[in-house]
Write a protein that binds this ligand. Structure first.
Ligand code: IPM
Ligand code: MG
Length: 349
């Protein structure tokens, strides 16, 4: 029986993971669950954002359903003890280098999108974000300049192996969709990006069925709100992917709607699944959070790590039906509670 690690984390994480679990339970699959604290909750329980027992569970599990981490009470701790280190540490330890972030307009949600309805409707893309390298994991620190000024630095670096394996995921994904891959970089300024572009171009020969284009990240940010329908699959580095995926979420309607999968193999063994939103401490514990991103993350887990494509499609269809039927939390301009939205999804299963 597959083991699911539930890591609810901080803020609204526990509320949305609880609802995702309800939806999974309703599918009647044979799954077992074990829960462990992570983030600020991990620090409170065991003195570390990623306690050894939590990491051990994550490594043993067949898949991880993750909520969110981040708690302002712990923002002044050493960086190594801050809640965010839990998710960064998990990604690194598990080697989940490929982060899939689909963004699609939901029929009926056009009014919630920051874009005009006819522009929003065309949105149907996947951001393939590299997740274990880049400026996130390069050497970083503080030092003093020659003039005695404090200086912070973070090194951006990718080696060709890292670029090749994430670009491969991008090409494979494009092959299974509309056959269009857009690689996003900043090759006009950054050497890291020039290497990225060279390696992506070298791989293109292996994928004659995929049309490859390149775009600078500033232009991509602009094109994403001007005409998001032009994108099918975007492959990009860790930092650019972080920024562009938040932006893509508002094209869809709300950051509360977007799911993600973090994989270390194309087949998805032992993946980590999480909403792209954060812990939203301002609304935590009020029953206002949108559980759709967590529920859709559970659907991605069914698809990529548990081989349950049919169940994944059922869950996605039920979310779409609930949304089309007018189920709305506050982020979507409505007033339904977290539980009530999940009820609507359950009703549509
Ligand atoms: C995300 C988040 C994380 C990231 C934070 C919480 C470290 O913003 O998953 O997009 O920057 O990757
Ligand atoms: Mg982010």
């Amino acid at each position: 029986m597959p083991l699911i690690a539930l890591l609810p984390g901080d803020g609204i994480g526990p509320e949305v993971v609880t609802q995702a679990r309800r939806v999974l339970d309703a599918l009647g699959l044979d799954l077992s669950y074990q829960e462990a604290p992570v983030g600020g909750a991990g620090y409170e329980a065991a003195g570390h954002p990623l306690p050894p027992a939590t990491l051990d569970l994550a490594m043993r599990a067949d898949a991880i359903l993750f909520g969110a981490v981040g708690d302002p009470r712990f923002d002044n701790l050493d960086r190594a003890l801050r809640p965010e280190q839990a998710i960064l540490g998990l990604r690194k330890a598990m080697g989940t280098f490929a982060n899939l972030r689909p963004a699609k307009g939901f029929p009926g949600l056009e009014d919630a999108s920051a874009l005009r309805p006819e522009v929003a409707r065309a949105l149907d893309l996947v951001i393939v974000r590299e997740l274990t390298g880049d400026v996130y994991f390069g050497e970083k620190g503080r030092r003093e300049t020659a003039d005695g000024l404090r200086q912070g630095y973070d090194v951006m670096a990718y080696d060709e192996g890292e670029v090749r394996r994430i670009a491969t995921v991008g090409f494979e994904m494009a092959k299974r969709r509309q056959g269009k891959l857009c690689s996003v970089d900043k090759a006009n300024v950054l050497e890291t990006s020039q290497l990225w572009r060279d390696v992506v171009n070298e791989l293109a020969g292996d994928y004659p069925e995929v049309t490859l284009t390149h775009m600078y990240v500033d232009n991509a940010a602009m094109q994403l709100v001007r005409a998001p329908g032009q994108f099918d699959v975007i492959v990009t580095g860790n930092l650019f992917g972080d920024i562009l995926s938040d932006q893509a979420s508002m094209c869809a309607g709300s950051i509360g709607m977007l799911a993600s999968a973090s994989l270390r193999e194309w087949a998805g063994a032992n993946g980590l699944y999480e909403p792209i939103h954060g812990s939203a401490p301002d609304i935590a514990g009020q029953g206002k959070a949108n559980p759709c991103a967590a529920i859709l993350s559970a659907a991605m887990m069914l698809r990529h790590s548990l081989g349950q494509e049919d169940a994944a499609l059922r869950v996605e269809a039920a979310v779409a039906k609930a949304i089309a039927g007018g189920a709305r939390t506050a982020d979507l301009g409505g007033s339904l509670s977290t539980t009530a939205i999940a009820d609507a999804v359950l009703a549509g299963l």
